[in-house]
Design a binder for this molecule. Sequence first.
Ligand code: ATP
Length: 248
Amino acid sequence: MTLRLNGIRFRYSRSTTVFDGFNLAISSPATVLLGPNGAGKSTLMGIASTHLKAERGTVSWQDKAPTDKRGTVAYVRAVAWLPQEIVAIPGLTVREQVAYMGWLKGMSRSAAWDSSRQALERVRLTDLADRRSHQLSGGQKRRMGLAGALTHQSELILMDEPTAGLDPTQRKNFRGLLETLRGDVHIVVSTHQTEDLADSYSEVVVLDRGTVRFQGATAEFHALAGDIAGGPRERAEAAYAQLVHGEV
Ligand SMILES: Nc1ncnc2c1ncn2[C@@H]1O[C@H](COP(=O)(O)OP(=O)(O)OP(=O)(O)O)[C@@H](O)[C@H]1O
């Protein structure tokens, strides 16, 4: 199962080229995409999720590619995207919003409704299923977004800074939740915080100024730290500092 971006060129404007001739293939079931502010992580996720259109290049997941209408339907059903801000839809309950996300991806209303129950259980939101979605906290909204992706049985979930703005306990809980998805769905999680780099990720990609600075197993990444004293967090920070010298 591989996400491929080939020969991507993307500019926001004439003077803001984020990617030019960019290539990346991600096959690991749990990948963390690390990079400083402005590295291009959100843009990359936007392109991979089809929310942003590259000027050149191709994107694919396995045998699915958003090249025509039919291909796009199959692709977006398989590849879900959780933006940094999960917007609550006014008037909908949590379960309705989760089911709606399944319907948007082409499920029938009844299939989406049925599937939403199990998805909410998986993200531990069953107790809040009948609450209005705008009443959820930031962390709960992210879990609701994740439930939406699970409702339509995504094969790959791209998550843009899913722990940003959460307090340390919520961050830990969210990371624990991601671990429970292991084996069922591939995940790519972007972050600029090395502390998010838990052992549960099998691969690390470091992006800086639209370029891949490192791609490899988590252990290989930690090995870049050399012989420094300290735990995994200190090692991750030291490894990251070897690769990225800009803003953190
Ligand atoms: N809507 C936009 N218009 C113009 N330039 C943009 C826009 N969004 C992002 N950029 C620029 O594109 C580059 C990549 O931004 P991007 O948001 O992808 O980085 P990021 O790695 O996700 O950063 P962060 O960790 O701060 O979210 C940056 O130079 C940024 O200023």
